[in-house]
Design a protein around this ligand. Structure first.
Ligand SMILES: Nc1ncnc2c1ncn2[C@@H]1O[C@H](COP(=O)(O)OP(=O)(O)O)[C@@H](O)[C@H]1O
Ligand SMILES: [Mg+2]
Length: 252
């Protein structure tokens, strides 16, 4: 089922066209990758989908309805959750309390029961950060902080997860566990749209991949099709196996 449809979206910042007539979809129950070189427009697409950035042109549909002009909080309420490339947890709170707060916010606005301690612990366990539960969120390793972002996102029980470079900071074993967790989340019927530079992870877990280059979708297909695409190799896969560090950028 098509959960998300980005339809000919254009985003211009002054003279810079960050996203240029980009169209792509993401399905429920599947993992979709959005890849491309630094500056290709990936984070800007996420901002358009989550409502932080108004597109210059084009539309976004979620569950068959236009959300192009919906406010950020309305999209969140409809079930769009996201993590940020820059980490957004409350630094002075413990890892456990960060997850508890995310549950509180979610259940509070739906007017349901407060989370039990068991829910919080189960989610910490599920994403693999139980060992850090009592530590301050600003004192844990980057990989664990990314998993905390994911836990906070999952506390809201999203239908669609937008993950912006979720695996940076994870070591190889953690990355593998993370890939397995993503597959589990998709098997629950959630849609996952992921921006990620770790090509092993992308090629191993994604069902479909869209490639952005200078704001345009230059290829869409299965991992095998993307790997074999000459334009993609030239634009992206060919030039480096190393993830390129991104500059600090405005995301909100
Ligand atoms: N808020 C902004 N103001 C001006 N230019 C921006 C802004 N955000 C992004 N850009 C520019 O848009 C282009 C796409 O950026 P971005 O979406 O962050 O790319 P990616 O996430 O693929 O690295 C880049 O040229 C970037 O410099
Ligand atoms: Mg980015």
């Amino acid at each position: 089922m098509t959960l998300l449809e980005v339809d000919r979206v254009v985003v211009r910042f002054g003279g810079v066209t960050a996203v240029n007539e980009a169209s792509f979809t993401a399905d429920g129950g599947a993992i979709t990758g959005l890849i491309g070189p630094n500056g290709a427009g990936k984070t800007t697409c996420f901002n358009v989908i989550s409502g932080l950035q108004k597109p210059t042109k084009g539309k976004v549909h979620f569950q068959g309805r236009s959300i192009t002009s919906s406010a950020v909080h309305r999209r969140a309420r409809k079930g769009i959750g996201r993590t940020f490339q820059r980490l957004e947890a409350f630094g002075s709170l413990s890892v456990r309390d960060n997850v508890r707060v995310a549950f509180d916010i979610h259940r509070g606005f739906r007017g349901v029961l407060k989370p039990g301690a068991a829910d919080v612990e189960a989610l910490l366990e599920r994403v693999g950060i139980s060992d850090y539960a009592g530590e301050r969120a600003d004192a844990i390793p980057t990989g664990a902080a990314r998993l905390l972002e994911l836990a906070r996102c999952l506390a809201c029980d999203p239908h669609l997860l937008l993950l912006d470079e979720p695996s940076s900071g994870l070591d190889e074993a953690e990355s593998e566990a993370f890939g397995a967790l993503l597959r589990e989340l998709a098997a629950e019927g959630r849609g996952i749209l992921m921006v990620e530079h770790d090509m092993d992870l992308v090629m191993n877990v994604c069902d479909t991949i869209h490639v952005l280059d200078f704001g345009e979708v230059i290829a869409s297909g299965s991992p095998a099709e993307i790997r074999a695409d000459a334009r993609v190799q030239q634009a992206y896969l060919g030039y480096s196996d190393e993830p390129v560090r991104e500059p600090m950028e405005a995301q909100a």
